[in-house]
Design a protein around this ligand. Structure first.
Ligand code: E4P
Length: 238
């Protein structure tokens, strides 16, 4: 009988690639990021939707069309359980790829438990500490959005809570995925990889910066100049 190499299984389970989400309500930005072929999902929040200048449902549905295999987070805006539940069910009914985004407040955690029992995906937002993340994970959150930039802004290291939350999820076997939010620069994305976060969401501008290196630009310029100077061609010359 074949033996199962459990070390390989563990390694394989650890090799799942960190997903990249774009954090925007701008449909054109989503279109461009989707064209790059590396986009796994989109997060929005009430501020981003307000900035888009278009309606909530209309914007979210356009985003769903542009990223047909992605997870698209759309946030409730009420702060009492009953209204939050009504909003969550309404938002969920718009499209199967929508993940209901819920703030980490007491009725929010209760709502996440209700939605999780109905197999509705949730993204718990405005999480800053591992104790808040524990509440979200216990309630069955699909994603835990741990904000880093807003913590860095007040002279602390936002990535510390992310690292602790990743450890907690892995140690105790929670199903929640840790989503690094409030990303301000490419180094946040690199640090998110280092601590083993499952997802990073970032403004379009930051995603575009992930491609960039001055030596890439200089190197390509040189390759193409040398090629042209030698009069070479990939295709037979007519
Ligand atoms: C997360 O989903 C939020 O929409 C977002 O990352 C907040 O980022 P900010 O701190 O740049 O507003």
């Amino acid at each position: 009988m074949d033996t199962v190499n459990t070390d390989s299984l563990v390694l394989l389970s650890k090799l799942e690639v960190m997903k990249l989400f774009v954090d925007t309500g701008d449909v054109e930005e989503v279109r461009q990021a989707a064209e790059w072929g590396i986009l796994d999902g989109v997060t929005t929040n009430p501020t981003l939707i307000a900035k888009s200048g278009h309606g909530f449902k209309e914007t979210v549905l356009k985003i769903c069309d542009l990223v047909p295999d992605g997870e698209i987070s759309a946030e409730v805006v009420a702060t009492d359980y009953d209204t939050m539940l009504k909003e969550a069910l309404e938002i969920h009914s718009w499209h199967p790829n929508i993940v209901v985004k819920v703030p980490l407040i007491e009725p929010g955690v209760r709502l996440v438990k209700t939605l999780s029992d109905k197999d509705i995906k949730t993204n718990v937002t405005l999480v800053f500490t591992v104790s808040q993340a524990l509440m979200a994970a216990k309630a069955g959150a699909t994603f835990i959005s741990n904000f880093v930039g807003r913590v860095d802004d007040i002279s602390d290291d936002g990535m510390n809570a992310v690292a602790s939350t990743v450890d907690m999820v892995n140690t105790y076997g929670f199903d929640s995925q840790v989503l690094v939010a409030s990303v301000r620069h490419p180094l946040h994305v690199v640090k998110a990889l280092e601590v083993g976060a499952h997802i990073s969401t970032m403004p379009f501008k930051i995603m575009a910066m992930l491609f960039k290196h001055p030596l890439t630009d200089a190197g390509l310029k040189r390759f193409l100049a040398d090629w042209d100077e030698a009069g070479l061609s990939i295709f037979p010359k007519a």
